[in-house]
Design a binder for this molecule. Sequence first.
Ligand code: ATP
Ligand code: MG
Length: 343
Amino acid sequence: MNNKHGTTKGETILLEVNSLETAFKIDGEYYNAVDNVSFKVKKGQVLGIVGESGCGKSVMSLSIMHLLPKGIGQIRNGEITFNGTRIDQLSEKDFNKVRGKDIAMIFQEPMTSLNPVFTIGYQLTEVLFNHMKISKEKARVEAVTLLKSVGISRPEKIVDEYPHQLSGGMRQRVMIAMAIACQPQLLIADEPTTALDVTVQAQILELLKNIQDRNDMSIILITHDLGVVAEMCDEVIVMYAGKIVERTNVEELFYNPKHPYTKLLMGSIPKMEEVVEKLASIEGIVPSLKNMPKVGCRFANRCPVATPECFEITPVLAEAEKGHEVACLLFETSKPKEGMIQS
Ligand SMILES: Nc1ncnc2c1ncn2[C@@H]1O[C@H](COP(=O)(O)OP(=O)(O)OP(=O)(O)O)[C@@H](O)[C@H]1O
Ligand SMILES: [Mg+2]
């Protein structure tokens, strides 16, 4: 099978998330922000995750990366397997060997992840020292090479500068350089270009695509931008209120969206070539964690085609067509079978 970038893609599963539930403690009680989510990322694949603000996209990435706020956020159920190893159960010490080396993450606002008091070179070489046996001199040379590889001109000068001396686009390039320093197999990019202006956005995406091709890296790309999805992704997951409501390959999603939520997000007549817009805004809001409906479809109160049963029966994410899963009672496959435990 070919991926979006024309290279042959194996079917090796790199990451598997199974029945993941991540909850936050609010007023002494736990509420699921990610609720029974399962998906796989194949080697060399770019998986897009879309959904409105507050749907659980970032919480899912933080769960994978062991970055949930301590004492507040907690994985309550499920498994996360990377290259056959249960990474959700690793101790912090053991996960530190994975983070940055095998799985790296870039965030929306690079200033929050770059340390303002250290030079770019210091921060880049720190990543290398953490995971490789490498001399100081070699690390500096490698840092310059990395900066060059992410399209930073005059890398010999930039390596000695501080984050505040760089533009937003350059800082994001530095973040990418740090993320790919150890050639991770998986990169999680959470809104990597949202804070940047349009031309810089396009350059950064092009850069990510090139690195992905070069290293046969897998990417989980979280974005509000459907143009980015069309451009970058092989498969897409649509999330609503902590759950996956639709999952399929990118062409199917644009030409044949099934869930009313997906259709609304895309505007009424989505056409892949024309998609340059951000997610359309839908009337109403995503329920807060404390106000999540206990039964029924979580989107029902905003759904233009909801029927009374949508408020009573919780749909199951299931294959409505080959390779196309949806959780909506409009589809027979989403109706829970007798005796099935609902969640
Ligand atoms: N530290 C926290 N404490 C309590 N609730 C939280 C915390 N972080 C996130 N949440 C809640 O978890 C839910 C999912 O949030 P998340 O940040 O994953 O959304 P998102 O899909 O990434 O949104 P955005 O597109 O705005 O980044 C939201 O209801 C949010 O309010
Ligand atoms: Mg987020």
